[in-house]
Design a protein around this ligand. Structure first.
Ligand code: NDP
Ligand code: 2IT
Length: 453
């Protein structure tokens, strides 16, 4: 039976979602992220109505600020191009804005805002003092020379440098932005600032002041999270057949860790298609192709004569026990979810941000597939970014094994927090609701303490 408290909470949440739609036309990814978050908070608002009185959710969906700017640069032939740069500084209740930069032609205000909004909660789950932000540009890094990448990132930094700093806003990488791009930004920022502020960026090269394990941390963390989920079912990653979408920073290290723990990774993809080998893919060869040669995934066939490349079709048609979507948002839809269930998948763990559509998630959950939401499962990357900030401030550097130990503990803690919040709010087993409630509570309590701002 629906209680009055429940009705009040539902109508409050629906009202906030409607306002978000009205105030932010044409931002479908942003509504999707807000909707998922807001719906799972109904049980919390029922029990703790003062969050509604303090208008916490209304305040959270409105970023502190959204910065957009022109990025003009010239290519190797002297032709001038103009791109758009973005940084959303969403919420700094618990620490400086923190989140990646994405360079991809699809980047727009909606994408940046969905990522920035989710980042608030992901960062809160790590229990480190980092707020939520995100940014990027509609610049396409594919096929660009190192010098073009350098000129673009310098121009991007000429403007962004005014808004960031180790205690203000600390960018890192995301799609299309890795160590090369971050190090160029560090160089230009240092020049503009006239000071060596290492902690203004994370994901730096090791000699530039980066942390060991930052490169591996998101992918490894997602697999550590999967281990926690499976442990709960008295199962393990060992012996499982795994598929991982993408072949980028997250995907490569999710595959590496899964193989290290005794799984067989039978398929992975990139934007051109997917590769498959029933007996297992050679992850070091894929790393060579994607990280060193910067080529498309079909080149893998030169290394492995038993593998096949599928330009048509979707990776989710491959039979597996565990699926890790690690490429991009909304890459796994309801039809893909049906196919996975038909093929006997037992768990889906999101390495990417919002890779599964709402309908896909519903279908998976209704069919008893264990689901690891991105906000929790891919938080290992930003968690190690916060460890990089800590090392930069203290000027003390930790070993790979020390950081790996901390990452394992952080992922286990995120799992525990999410599972126990789900239990406490009567949605046991639903890690999406659990993660959302635990993260929201942490930020909301600080916002209440800090007053109406
Ligand atoms: P990268 O740019 O390193 O890699 C992205 C990979 O996904 C590339 O291999 C790309 O292909 C592939 N890809 C893109 N679109 C598609 C598609 N439609 N189908 C199949 N493959 C596709 O990015 P990251 O690995 O850093 O990021 C991946 C995801 O993880 C994003 O959602 C990001 O927001 C999220 N994330 C990243 C973190 C990080 O620390 N880097 C932390 C937490 C989340 P191609 O090589 O052909 O371009
Ligand atoms: O989505 C993410 O968490 C990231 N791209 C990493 C952010 C960070 O600041 O390390």
């Amino acid at each position: 039976m629906t209680t009055i408290k429940q009705k009040k909470a539902e109508s409050y949440v629906n009202n906030v979602i409607e306002q978000v739609k009205e105030k932010n036309p044409n931002q479908p990814e942003f509504y999707q992220a807000v909707q998922e978050m807001a719906h799972s908070l109904i049980p919390l608002f029922e029990r703790v109505p003062h969050y509604m009185d303090y208008a916490i959710l209304e305040r959270m969906v409105e970023p502190d600020r959204m910065i957009t700017f022109r990025v003009a640069w010239s290519d190797d032939d002297g032709v001038i191009h103009v791109n758009r740069g973005f940084r959303v500084q969403f919420n700094n209740a618990i620490g400086p804005y923190k989140g990646g930069l994405r360079f991809d032609p699809s980047v727009n205000e909606s994408i940046v805002k969905f990522l920035g909004f989710d980042q608030i909660f992901k960062n809160a789950l790590t229990d480190q003092a980092i707020g939520g932000g995100k940014g990027g540009s509609d610049f396409d890094p594919k096929g660009k020379s190192d010098m073009e990448i350098m000129r673009f990132t310098q121009s991007f930094m000429n403007e962004l440098s005014k808004y960031i700093g180790p205690n203000v806003d600390v960018p890192a990488g995301d799609i299309g932005v890795g160590g090369r791009e971050i190090d160029f930004m560090v160089g230009q920022y240092k020049r503009l600032r006239g000071a060596f502020e290492k902690g203004a960026f994370t994901g730096k090269g090791i000699d530039v002041g980066g942390s060991l394990m930052r490169t591996e941390s998101t992918g490894y963390g997602a697999v550590y999270f999967a281990e926690q989920m499976l442990k709960h079912e008295e199962s393990d990653v060992e012996g499982k057949k795994v598929i991982v979408s993408g072949a980028g920073k997250v995907s490569l290290y999710a595959m590496e860790k899964a193989v290290e723990l005794g799984a067989t990774v039978v398929a992975c993809s990139d934007s051109s298609g997917y590769i498959f080998n029933e007996d297992g893919l050679d992850v070091s060869a894929i790393k060579q192709i994607k990280e060193e040669e910067r080529k498309q995934i079909s080149s893998y066939l030169d290394y492995d004569e038993n593998a096949t490349f599928h330009e048509e079709g979707r990776i989710w048609e491959v039979k597996c026990d565990l699926a890790f979507p690690c490429a991009t948002q909304n890459e796994l839809d309801e039809d893909d979810a049906k196919q996975l269930v038909e093929n006997g998948v037992t768990a889906v763990v999101e390495g990417a941000n919002m890779p599964c559509t709402e309908k896909a998630i519903q279908y998976l959950q209704n069919n008893d597939v264990r689901f690891g939401p991105g906000k929790a499962a891919n938080a290992g990357g930003v968690a190690v970014s916060a460890l990089e900030m800590a090392q930069n401030s203290s000027r003390v550097y930790w070993s790979f094994d020390e950081i790996d130990g901390m990452l394992k503990d952080i992922m286990a803690d995120i799992y525990k927090k999410s599972a126990s919040a789900a239990k406490e709010y009567d949605v046991e087993g639903d890690l999406i609701s659990g993660a959302n409630i635990a993260a929201f509570k942490k930020v909301a309590d600080v916002m209440v303490a800090q007053g109406i701002i």
